[in-house]
Design a protein around this ligand. Sequence first.
Ligand code: NDP
Ligand code: 8X3
Length: 252
Amino acid sequence: MKKIALVTGATSGIGKACASMLARNGYNLIITGRRENRLNELAQKLKNNNVEVKTLVFDVRHKEEVERAIESLPRQWSNPDVLINNAGLAAGADPIQEGDWNDWEQMIDTNVKGLLAVSKAVIPGMISRKQGHIINVSSIAGSEVYANGNVYCASKHAVHAITKGMRIDLLPHNIKVSSISPGMVETEFSLIRYHGDKEKADKVYEGLTPLYAEDVADAVEFMITRPGHVNVNDMLLMPTAQASAVYNHREG
Ligand code: NDP
Ligand code: 8X3
């Protein structure tokens, strides 16, 4: 029987690339996000890999929506083997004294509470089967803080702490818990961060080669293909042109 993976935030970027990688690895997939059209389009493409795909439309910020969506899955789909907690965002890049409260709430509600809501819905099934692998998408911002990154960095520091806590608490249940912590990845991330300002978003990647979503999916592929006795706790994956959250090298 094929294994099942659930990927949050599969409508774009890293989540979409992970879904494609998992389909190539023969996983049946549950892909989730708020943009239903994109999920349907992706589902059609993934099915070319001879796997089955279910789409679930929900906003990770709404715990009841998350619970209802997971509960709506048919029995044979209700216990994913792999959960990729990827849905997330940065909203705004302002000094703390000028930060927008709505941006802060959106980041904390999505990156922290959303990750918890999905995990809470999936973990009991993993415990009952004494197997599973949770991969939380963190960031270099989970271990470093940079100017104007304040609340986004805090939300990813929280993802790191939650990942470590999950790993300890789920230890007796044979559940692997990993995090993947990328530096700059060119996705829709910066467009969202700058509230649709494409010029500002493009500047983030100007003069250097960032990571691409597929690079992150390659790293996740390494994690999910380790033997049962091996867990990758965390992987920090950076573009060659970026030494840390702050130091990077741009041409020109
Ligand atoms: P994208 O903007 O391309 O993708 C974000 C995904 O998250 C989308 O599929 C979006 O789906 C989903 N999402 C956002 N908010 C919600 C919500 N409230 N409910 C459900 N789904 C939501 O960005 P990335 O692929 O780059 O980001 C993915 C993850 O990677 C994030 O956690 C981000 O913090 C992290 N990351 C990104 C880096 C980068 O430089 N790009 C580097 C390090 C980490 P939809 O809008 O359809 O709901
Ligand atoms: C996204 C990477 O450097 O913008 O998590 O924080 S960064």
